[in-house]
Design a protein around this ligand. Structure first.
Ligand code: NDP
Length: 330
């Protein structure tokens, strides 16, 4: 089977030369393992951090070795109790066609409940990030005015829609193109949205939220976070989920320059790691599956075809080529 190896550590923006697709032998499962034919691979922003040789909450990829990440597929051989050939599973050995997975690290998923790729997106890690970040970390209350950046992406599009479903008074989003902005308002039910490339974020946000905001869900960092700190009211909350504007920076970021405003406003800025919130998984899946069934929530995807295009899909994700969750279909 084919698999992607990290060929070089990028300096700044990753390029296609940083990845190489390699033919590798398929190892048959030993006791307690299953062999999975992957059907969809996930590409996610956090993988950019794993390309750097730095200590983090998740270890770095190694040059010359296969990368990993979320994947869903079908069991083609099983030496593990409870797994049959044909079962659909979610696991962590993506970036390859065939994965030999310890059964303890695979979860059976129901392809009848939702298309398989949904378990990488709306019903998977990004969905839980949005749900737990908004409800548990952000403590969303009815009547809140909510602002989310990266609002047309996997996490952001769900944050905005869940905020609306949970009684936010006003939901505002930012994204990087006119098409995405139109989609936020027309399809996802945002009350207002802007293209952050149209001017200073501070001005665009002031226009979209003339009365300020109560809760900011940050996927972007930088000028977005600075603008949100300016717009948050007294006792405002910011959920720090991601800082994608900085992931390819070669210099340490500057700012937010107005952080001292957090004192007088008694703001709460709290980091979110989805891994802390798997206790919420059953409630999240049940509630989200209900919203999908009723049509109240959309889990859009951008599907790139073919394992040979996974590197390009990842680079495209960092550049905004996706609306909703970016996945690769094998
Ligand atoms: P997305 O689907 O949102 O894809 C990334 C998007 O980021 C692109 O589509 C692009 O959209 C946008 N983007 C890229 N560069 C910039 C920039 N300079 N300024 C503003 N937007 C930019 O990815 P995810 O939904 O998977 O992830 C969203 C965020 O959440 C990321 O920061 C990620 O790291 C974080 N995350 C954190 C988790 C946690 O546990 N803390 C878990 C999962 C995700 P556009 O066209 O709008 O620019």
């Amino acid at each position: 089977g084919r698999e992607w190896h990290l060929a070089a550590r990028p300096q700044g923006w990753p390029t296609p030369d940083d990845f190489v697709l390699v033919e590798a032998p398929v190892r048959q499962p030993e006791a307690g393992e299953i062999l999975v034919r992957n059907a969809f691979l996930s590409v996610d922003p956090y993988m950019r951090g794993r390309m750097n040789d730095v200590k983090s909450y998740i270890p770095p990829f190694q040059v010359g070795q296969v990368m990993d990440g979320g994947a869903v597929g079908y069991v083609v051989a099983s030496a593990a109790e409870g797994f049959e050939v044909g079962d659909a599973v979610l696991h962590g050995l993506g970036w390859r066609e065939y994965a030999t997975v310890g059964a303890a690290h695979a979860v059976k998923v129901d392809p009848e409940l939702a298309p398989l790729s949904a378990y990488l997106g709306v019903l998977g890690m990004p969905g839980l990030t949005a749900y737990a970040g908004l409800l548990e970390v952000g403590a969303l209350k009815e009547g809140d005015t909510v602002f989310v950046s990266g609002a047309a992406g996997a996490v952001g599009s769900l944050v905005g829609q869940i905020a609306r479903l949970k009684g936010a008074k006003r939901v505002i989003g930012s994204a990087g193109s006119a098409e995405k902005v139109a989609k936020l308002v027309d399809e996802y039910g945002f009350d207002a949205a802007f293209n952050y490339k149209d001017g200073p974020v501070r001005d665009l946000l002031a226009e979209a939220a003339p009365d300020g905001i109560d809760l900011y869900f940050d996927n972007v960092g930088g000028d977005h976070l600075e603008a949100a700190i300016g717009a948050l009211g007294v006792k405002g909350r910011a959920v720090l989920c991601g800082a994608i504007a900085q992931y390819n920076d070669t210099e340490p970021p500057v700012g937010p320059r107005n952080l001292a405003l957090a004192i007088g406003k008694r703001l709460r800025l709290e980091g979110l790691l989805v891994g802390d919130h798997y206790g919420l998984q059953p409630q999240f899946v049940a509630e989200t599956a209900g919203w999908l069934r009723s049509g109240e929530l959309k889990g859009d995807e951008t599907v790139v075809e073919g394992i040979e295009n996974a590197g390009d899909a990842f680079i495209g994700l960092l550049r905004g080529a996706n609306t909703g969750k970016m996945v690769v279909r094998l």
